[in-house]
Design a protein around this ligand. Structure first.
Ligand code: NDP
Ligand code: MG
Length: 388
């Protein structure tokens, strides 16, 4: 029986993780669940799964959660620091990081220092501070098991292979709702257009990132750290059907791919049962439903975020942290109808040019870079005309 701490249990990955737990009660226990502010769903989840700990970040919701669960043997806590402090509890075997954005970084670091294996959905953690996180994981002998479907695919392709036999990896991208569109078209798209992903139902932030290809950019950097690769070993190919989840090419020229219907429960479950597989009743892929699987090159001139992410990876240091913070601010502004789709790339590019570059950042430097970039990006957005 594995005790899991699910950080962000009320989100898209969090709720699907609880579905996996529900289907495998003999294997997993949701030992801790956390949310930002969705008290209602957190309470429902707590009543069903009876975790030992329930944490709500938003302290104004504490009393509501506490009172609703008062009759149950559950410890209720509030505040972001409570998450950071309690991911280290000795009962926890694995921490599944399904909170969104930079907020995932510090709890993940604390969990690693306490020797917890990480099932990592929160890609921003590796984008921001991949060097620190991966070296801490080595030092504390903990596994970072990918939940992101592309990285899970690569991880599955690497089973039984020597890591140094990798020539390159090829991450697949669906291309999102605006695949094939021009910059002129993108100039007018709204949040409602961008929130309609063709193949996946996900949280709002990652859905916008998928539409702008920033999600793929973040995944490129995530892959660099997870699989210890050089930037030149990472490629992206657009594959609109989202059936081939990614590929690895080995030094003899052989390519392995992992395939399946798009369903995050599979990579979530694999991260939790690795190295075993367990039987599921998930819907199976059939070639009868897919006459064509197609592949095309990404258009990095129109979808500039992907190019900017490759550049940030090449530059290293705090540059990926800068693009992540700039992107989080830009996406939040776009979701609030405060900036345009294309302006998001302008904000990211300006931040890359204006925020001080640090070649070998400490954790403290990353925290400062994140803060500084957010302020800069926010000011920039306020000064920009809504429509260019
Ligand atoms: P959601 O927005 O659906 O859920 C985010 C979760 O984190 C919610 O439980 C939310 O609580 C909580 N949360 C949000 N902000 C904070 C914060 N500042 N502090 C603490 N908790 C917070 O996101 P997704 O599930 O879509 O994505 C989660 C992570 O997984 C992201 O990093 C994403 O990139 C990654 N990922 C997601 C995939 C997907 O299919 N959705 C696929 C691959 C990776 P509340 O509900 O109260 O707001
Ligand atoms: Mg992905």
């Amino acid at each position: 029986m594995k005790n899991i701490a699910i950080l962000g249990s009320t989100g898209s990955i969090g709720t699907q993780t609880l579905e996996v737990v529900r289907d495998n009660k003999q294997l997993f226990r949701a030992f801790m669940i956390t949310a930002h502010s969705n008290a209602y769903l957190l309470i429902q989840q707590a009543i069903e799964f009876l975790p030992a700990y329930v944490i709500i970040c938003d302290e104004s919701k504490y009393t509501e959660v506490k009172e609703a669960l008062a009759h149950l043997p559950i410890k209720v806590l509030a505040g972001y620091n409570a998450i950071k402090d309690h991911v280290t509890l000795p009962e926890i075997d694995v921490v599944l990081t399904a909170m969104v954005g930079f907020a995932g970084l510090e709890p993940t670091i604390n969990a690693i220092k306490a020797g917890k294996d990480i099932a990592l959905a929160n890609k921003e953690t590796l984008v921001v501070a991949g060097d620190i996180v991966t070296s801490l994981a080595k030092e504390h002998n903990v596994k970072i098991l990918p939940v992101d479907s592309e990285h899970s695919a690569i991880f599955q392709c690497l089973a039984g292979e020597e890591a140094n036999a990798i020539e390159k990896i090829i991450l697949t991208a669906s291309g999102g709702p605006f695949r094939g569109k021009s910059a002129a078209f993108l100039a007018d798209v709204t949040r409602e257009h961008a929130l309609k992903h063709p193949n996946w139902v996900m949280g709002a932030k990652i859905t916008i990132d998928s539409a702008s290809l920033m999600n793929k950019g973040l995944e490129v950097i995530e892959a660099k750290w997870l699989f210890d690769l050089q930037p030149s070993q990472i490629e992206v190919v657009v594959h609109p059907q989202s059936i081939v989840h990614s590929l690895v090419q080995f030094e003899d020229g052989s390519i392995k791919a992992q395939m399946g219907l798009p369903d995050m429960k599979l990579p979530i479950q694999y991260a939790l049962t690795y190295p075993q597989r367990i039987k599921t009743n998930f819907k199976r892929f059939s070639f009868a439903d897919y006459a064509n699987l197609s592949f095309e090159q990404p258009d990095m001139d129109t979808f500039r975020n992907l190019k900017l992410a490759f550049e940030a990876m090449e530059q290293g240091g705090n540059m990926p942290c800068i693009i992540n913070a700039a992107n989080e601010v830009a996406v939040a502004a776009f979701l609030a109808n405060e900036t345009s789709f294309l302006a998001m790339s302008d904000v990211i590019e300006s931040c890359m040019q204006q925020i001080a570059y640090i070649k070998n950042p400490t954790l403290h430097d990353y925290l400062n870079t994140d803060k500084e970039t957010r302020i800069f990006a926010q000011n920039l957005i306020q000064k920009m005309p809504l429509k260019a």
